[in-house]
Ligand binder design. Structure first.
Ligand SMILES: NC(=O)C1=CN([C@@H]2O[C@H](COP(=O)(O)OP(=O)(O)OC[C@H]3O[C@@H](n4cnc5c(N)ncnc54)[C@H](O)[C@@H]3O)[C@@H](O)[C@H]2O)[C@@H](O)CC1
Ligand SMILES: Nc1ncnc2c1ncn2[C@@H]1O[C@H](COP(=O)(O)OP(=O)(O)O)[C@@H](O)[C@H]1O
Ligand SMILES: [K+]
Length: 500
């Protein structure tokens, strides 16, 4: 059964949902959040007797921690609560939660206690959630550093403290959880940049709310269910003409490997035929490892195909710019990667031609390429990856993929998604070329544009995850290994979908 996709809301959206749901919520949302956290904690402590430590902060995230602590106390479990603030200053719901904890006989320590000799059964971070407003300093920073140094499982409530829930940036210092229980819905910062490194295993507790009914979700996580409509089993009477021609253009002198990798990926994604147009006049006439690839001059290849990807190893000279101009003038779906993006960033006429194109355009920058396109620094892109990809899509009236862990996709209709597959084995040369080839391969098979983009991005990461599971990586995983894994997965998904 293909898992359905979950909605993602920035903090402002979560606040809107909370405000709408809170007045009628019985039991109150904080009670639900504390109980849901306790249930998850029980799962993590199955084989771990002894006390758990809950560090509570000055806001409602701390309130969740007090509710959780009360459940454990009432269940007869030893629980130690640390809270360094002033209970009189707790916001209303959190204050009630602290009072209920106190009335149940709970004690609150004002500093972190030393760990018992056998260690804590679980360390719980209820310091800050979506209300974090500035970098963490002082005593809270000291607490987080001390908690991070403790062995054993560590659980964050809602958001790892110190992580910006909108962007995935670490503000000062952040708790490194092995497990995170987040409430109502996913937030972008949990899924991209430094979020996944700090969340560990991520579980969503919806608190019995249908978030989408309160506020239509602006973003979604990528799951195969979103492109399963394209999982068509091949008829026995199929022929290669049904699966389209993909064209890859690139390969200036000394850079032919990039388009060849893309071409192999397009084949493994199922394209009927793949043309690779190389700029290097001395390029080999055949890829002896993949002789199915039809190698042409770049100019010649441009006259073929239903889908064109241009950029891998393209170079930036006038020949490259001229080929890009011709590709932009074609009527085919067009993927712009690598040097095609750099050329557009440097030339307003090319940028204008990309923006005004009628047929779909997909931009696939890594953060440095995105920065060139947006005329800012890679750091500025990374500070807010979601804003950056939405701005790229808006500025070029194109589909945009901002690569990196937690790749983001923005469509010109305003819809955005975050992909969760992939791993650091992919931090190696040529991985981007494989993504470009996958996209061309799916577009050649006439997948609709949005399905092709989310399908290619997800498959790309999932293929690397398959290799990782087999022990191939993360160290030394190479881009040429990815296309075979893509083929295995795609065939599995199609077969599974049709068995259901
Ligand atoms: N409002 C609600 O209905 C619900 C809230 N819930 C919990 O409440 C959390 C949000 O609560 P809050 O809005 O109170 O926010 P937080 O508890 O995340 O933190 C806000 C508090 O921290 C302070 N603060 C922010 N940044 C700081 C920094 N860098 N250094 C020191 N202090 C800092 C703020 O002044 C405020 O007192 C959620 O993440 C979730 O855990 C859940 O109980 C579900 C229901
Ligand atoms: N740590 C990671 N987790 C998930 N995906 C990654 C990671 N590192 C790299 N990738 C993916 O690998 C690809 C690298 O692309 P790119 O930077 O263009 O490489 P190249 O130009 O060498 O082909 C992107 O799709 C990116 O999202
Ligand atoms: K937290």
């Amino acid at each position: 059964m293909l898992q359905s996709s979950q909605p993602i809301y920035p903090v402002a959206g979560i606040r809107t949902i909370e405000t709408a749901a809170m007045p009628t919520a019985k039991p109150p949302l904080m009670e639900r959040a504390g109980r849901a956290s306790a249930e998850e904690a029980v799962r993590l402590m199955i084989d771990r007797p002894g006390a758990l430590l809950i560090a509570c902060g000055p806001g409602n995230n701390g309130g969740d921690g007090f509710v959780m602590a009360r459940h454990f106390l009432q269940a007869g479990r030893q629980v130690v609560v640390a809270f360094s603030g002033d209970t009189a200053k707790l916001p209303g719901d959190a204050k009630k939660a602290w009072e209920a904890w106190r009335d149940a006989g709970g004690e609150t320590l004002s500093d972190l206690p030393a760990a018992p000799p056998e260690g804590w059964a679980l360390v719980v971070d209820a310091l800050f959630g979506i209300g974090l407003q500035r970098p963490i300093t002082g005593r809270y920073a000291e607490w987080i550093r001390a908690l991070n140094a403790l062995p054993g499982p560590r659980m964050s409530i809602d958001v790892p403290s110190g992580l910006c829930a909108d962007t995935g940036r670490v503000l000062g210092v952040a708790f490194r959880a092995t497990h995170t229980v987040t409430f109502i819905a996913l937030k972008p910062g949990l899924l991209t940049l430094d979020g996944p490194d700090h969340c560990g295993e991520l579980v969503v507790k919806r608190l019995d709310l249908d978030a989408n009914a309160f506020l239509p979700a602006p973003g979604w996580e990528v799951r195969p269910a979103l492109f399963a409509d394209q999982f068509t089993p091949r008829r026995l009477n199929a022929h290669k003409g049904l699966f389209g021609d993909a064209v890859i253009i690139g390969g200036a002198p000394s850079m032919c490997g990039a388009p060849l990798l893309a071409g192999r990926a397009a084949l493994r994604a199922g394209a009927g035929r793949v043309f690779v147009g190389l700029l290097d006049p001395r390029a080999p006439a055949v890829d002896l490892v993949q002789p199915e690839l039809m190698i042409r001059s770049a100019e010649h290849a441009l006259s073929e195909g239903q889908a064109i990807a241009i950029g891998p190893g393209l170079g930036r000279d006038t020949v490259a710019a001229d080929l890009l101009r011709q590709a932009l003038a074609s009527d085919h779906a067009l993927v712009l990667d690598a040097d095609a993006l750099n050329l557009i960033a440097d030339d307003d006429t090319l940028a204008g031609a990309a923006t005004r194109r009628h047929a779909p355009v997909v931009l696939t920058p890594h953060p440095a390429e995105a920065a060139r396109l947006l005329k800012c620094s890679p750091d500025q892109v990374q500070q807010n990856r979601l804003d950056a990809v939405i701005e790229l899509s808006r500025r070029f009236d194109a589909h945009a993929v901002l690569k990196g862990h937690g790749s983001l996709i923005a469509h010109p209709n305003g819809r955005w998604l975050i992909n969760r597959s992939g791993n650091p084995g992919m931090s190696a040369a040529g991985m981007g070329d494989v993504l470009t080839g996958l996209l061309a391969g799916l577009l050649a098979q006439r997948w609709p544009i949005e399905a092709a983009i989310i399908g290619a991005v997800h498959l790309h990461g999932a293929a690397a995850d398959l290799l990782l599971a087999k022990g191939i990586g993360p160290i030394g995983m190479s881009a040429s290994e990815l296309p075979d894994a893509v083929r295995i997965l795609l065939n599995q998904w199609v077969a599974q979908h049709h068995r259901q």
